[in-house]
Design a binder for this molecule. Structure first.
Ligand code: ASP
Length: 464
């Protein structure tokens, strides 16, 4: 809008007549005068309609909270006794001369002028667009945006290429249940939504990009928990001609550069490294919180690397399965064991997990770029030659054509933002998360399809 001044910049316009646009956060009607707090993306300011501005005063009486308004007024210094140094714009006040209502608003179903974390989750998510207006949610989303932006900038500075991989893809052996999408053109067949871009990013290494990244969605049909939703976002990257040290150093520098530029303090640099075995002995788990109580209140970030994970573990039916990633390399010293299928319980993988303040905030590994190693891994897991070709034949094929040695990592954006904002629930750092029951925010999915859609897909719903 013409000549609009942002509320956050009003301090530079003292003594001037300005126009602001935004929402009415609060209206306090004192009869002869009406006070307002206005809000836009840059902050809040107090305004007042004095008795002498009769027309504005009349309009002010009609206005309710959350109306969208365009205000004209003069920016005045507050008298000394009314200055509030703890408030943004606490030393100024807008003397309102004209009010234009751009849109009206019903009374919001819950108070959005304070922290909404105590409000019923279903109500918050039904009206998420109002919930997101609250100061804490605005901050969480902005911290998230800045974190991702700074990671991106760091990676561009290091010659990474941002490449998108498909959303409709093949069901992959990453370990969780897939979300599947029926194919209209191939009735009875299904795509899967990606649990991670793992295989495609490795194929981009075969393709010669050397350094790839993506702010990637990953979708997994897992039980919902405080730090886990069906969908999450990863800073996903992969590097060619890189060993563990190269990837770990790159990621450590990316995180350090990013969070320090955002004003956070890191407990220990370089990040301490601990083996899986030591972590379990010392903390009872492979994710842990090293902070003192004082560091917790100060929001210090305690990063650590966990390395030397076992490659395989036993399944309930006595077979071997991978602990983290079937595409990983074993550590060099254990390559022979893997190739021969010996000493399986002692084979260590090149996996490195990054832990911060009690959360596993990322993980990756050096990958196999050799068909014999991938075949040996699948053989240990009980796959016949035929079965492994069905599963990962395309990877075995790609590895025949000069795939460079490579490795990478994925950082969970939400878990990192939970640490930066001090939130304990993933949904506090996602714009439109699901309810605990798996219902989408605002919109009504999952829902039944119309018969016509089902017919087109060749799908019949079984009566329970
Ligand atoms: N694909 C892995 C995951 O999503 C991360 C990685 O190893 O890069 O957990």
């Amino acid at each position: 809008m013409k000549d609009r001044v942002l509320i956050g910049e009003l301090g530079g316009h003292v003594g001037e007549k300005v126009t602001i646009c935004g929402w009415v956060e609060v209206r306090r009607d004192q009869g002869k005068m009406v006070f307002f707090d206005f809000r836009d993306r840059s902050g809040k300011v107090q305004g007042v309609v004095l008795p002498k501005h009769e027309e504005a005063l009349e309009k002010a009486k009609e206005i309710r909270n959350e109306f969208v308004v365009q205000i004209e007024g003069s920016v005045n210094k507050r008298p000394e006794k009314n200055v509030n140094p703890d408030l943004q714009n606490g030393d100024i006040e807008l003397e309102i001369t004209d009010i234009k209502v751009l849109n009206v608003s019903e009374t919001p179903p819950f108070d959005i002028t304070s922290d909404t974390s105590g409000i019923d989750e279903n109500v918050r998510l039904q009206y998420r667009y109002l919930d997101l207006r609250s100061e804490r949610m605005q901050k969480n989303m902005r911290v998230r945006s800045e974190f991702v932006r700074r990671c991106r900038e760091y990676l561009f500075g290091k010659d990474f290429v941002e490449i998108e991989t498909p959303l409709l893809t093949e069901s992959t052996p990453e370990g969780s249940r897939d979300f599947v999408v029926p194919s209209r053109l191939n009735p009875g067949k299904f795509y899967a939504l990606p649990q991670s871009p793992q295989q495609y990013k490795q194929l981009l290494m075969t393709a010669g990009f050397e350094r790839y990244f993506q702010i990637a969605r990953a979708v997994r049909d897992e039980d919902l928990r405080a730090d886990r939703g069906f969908e999450h976002t990863q800073v996903d990257l992969e590097m060619s001609f890189a060993d563990m040290e190269t990837v770990m150093q790159t990621v450590e520098e990316m995180i350090t550069t990013t969070v320090e530029a955002m004003g956070y303090t890191i407990r220990e640099k370089p990040f301490p490294r601990i083996s899986y075995k030591e972590a379990v002995e010392k903390y009872g788990a492979d994710k842990f919180d090293m902070r003192t109580e004082e560091e917790k209140t100060k929001g210090v970030l305690a990063y650590a690397w966990v390395v030397n994970f076992p490659f395989f573990e036993k399944t309930d039916d006595g077979k071997w399965t991978f602990t983290h990633n079937p595409f990983s390399m074993p550590i060099t010293e254990h390559e022979e064991w893997l190739l021969k299928g010996e000493n399986i319980e002692n084979i260590l993988t090149t996996q490195y997990d990054i832990v911060c303040n009690g959360y596993e905030s990322g993980g990756g590994s050096i990958r196999t770029h050799r068909p014999d190693i991938l075949e040996a891994t699948y053989k240990i897991m009980g796959f016949s030659k035929e079965e492994m070709h069905e599963r990962v034949g395309h990877m075995l094929d790609a590895f025949k054509y000069g795939t460079p040695p490579h490795g990478g990592i994925a950082l969970g954006v939400e878990r990192n933002i939970m640490n930066l904002t001090g939130e304990s629930y993933l949904r506090e750092v996602q714009a439109f998360p699901m309810t605990r029951g798996g219902q989408t925010a605002v919109m009504k999915a999952p829902k039944a399809l119309e018969k016509k859609q089902l017919d087109e897909l060749g799908i019949e719903i079984k009566k329970k």
